[in-house]
Design a protein around this ligand. Structure first.
Ligand code: PNS
Length: 159
């Protein structure tokens, strides 16, 4: 069974993430979407549990997608989950440098795990969780950028 991991901060999950999740779920047998519990970056808007809940709600229609969280090295977590593929989305050239560095570091540590990049649909190439949070903070329109469930959670946060 081919198991893939799609790791990230997901603070919160956007339609760009959803696009990657839906497409990645078609190329692996099981996709584990996993939220990083980052001790260096715990300044998120949503708690890890809130991010997990939103991801669970938004992926309820995808039977081979599992939601989890991890800390420590991604390659150690991949080994623990018996995953052979790390999935990452590429929005634009600006993502490439950091993504290549992460993929190469991970490859160096764990040659048996492949990083696979999916190119985001053009309509989501500008989209990030940070941009969505800023729009929500200043009451801009972000309705088309996140799943409905997430939209309501964001509105609650900034009420
Ligand atoms: O959504 P993000 O914040 O771009 O995701 C970044 C993530 C979670 C993929 C990255 O920070 C990560 O893999 N962290 C785990 C620590 C690790 O394995 N570091 C070595 C690779 S640089």
């Amino acid at each position: 069974m081919k198991i893939g991991i799609y790791p990230g901060s997901f603070d919160p999950v956007t339609n760009g993430h959803m696009d990657i999740i839906e497409r990645a779920s078609k190329v692996v047998d099981k996709l584990i979407v996993s939220v990083l519990m980052n001790p260096r970056k715990n300044t998120g808007l949503f708690t890890i549990d809130e991010r997990i809940d939103m991801l669970k709600e938004c992926t309820i229609h995808l039977s081979n997608v599992e939601i989890d969280s991890f800390s420590g090295l991604l390659v150690d977590y991949a080994k623990y989950k018996e995953a052979s593929i790390i999935v990452r989305g590429l929005r634009a050239v600006m993502d490439l440098e950091l993504e290549m560095q992460m993929a190469q570091i991970n490859k160096n540590m764990s040659p048996e795990v492949e990083t696979v990049f999916l190119v985001t649909q053009a309509k989501y190439s500008f989209l990030s969780s940070s941009a969505v949070k800023e729009l929500a903070l200043f009451h801009g329109d972000f309705d088309d950028l996140v799943p409905h469930f997430v939209r309501n959670k964001l509105k609650d946060k900034y009420k």
